[in-house]
Design a protein around this ligand. Sequence first.
Ligand code: 13P
Length: 253
Amino acid sequence: MRKKIVAGNWKMNKSFEEADELISDIQDGLEKITLDRNTLLIVCPPFPYLEMASDYSSESYFLVGAQDVSANDNGAYTGEVSASMLQSMELPYCIVGHSERRAYHHETDELIARKVDQLLSHDIKPIMCCGEVLAEREAGQQFDVVRRQITDGLFHLDNDQIQNVVIAYEPVWAIGTGKTATPEQAQEIHAFIRQLLAEKYSAKVADTISILYGGSCKPSNARQLFANPDVDGGLIGGACLNADDFLAIAQSF
Ligand code: 13P
């Protein structure tokens, strides 16, 4: 049975003190609720707060992930953070290919594929983001865009490697806009992604891979989104900056 996952992408938010408070609130909140045994909760704060989050997580029920990684090995790359550094902190997950990195940092599918390789070779599971922008959706190109992102970003992986990847479908027009994809729109693309995986690998392999939805997911719509057979959870932006909302989403399966 594939994992249900709710991952919180803090993006570039919170001071050190605020981060401490939020993680501590998540830890306290988790004491009061019972998550399904098959549900993973992942907190992805900015790099400077990873160590603090990891310390908390060692005494709690959540895991910690980074928001990005370098495509390069250690060396003269000012400002970058390598997969081996994340591995040395024993981080289990890392987001790659987020639409904000594609848009503002000009990340290509080829670069994202190298980041995926860096992570997997350091025993870190990538959460690989894909999704179309509004103009592409309006032109009916969402399937082509997602196919290209998945094919070029992931399909060089072998049968074992792909099973260590989490995919997040985040339609860019739904990110931070309050405009959520309808449950039908989410299910349609998630089923399409799983079909791509089944064709490239096998139905059995495709069935093991968690596919998350991201884009204005909140406590009020999470249950409807997660009720779909191919939606295995969410990658949460704005709503993960509040512990109660984040935990409410984690209980929406
Ligand atoms: P919002 O939940 O704020 O729309 O952000 C989604 C996202 O980009 C998560 O990676």
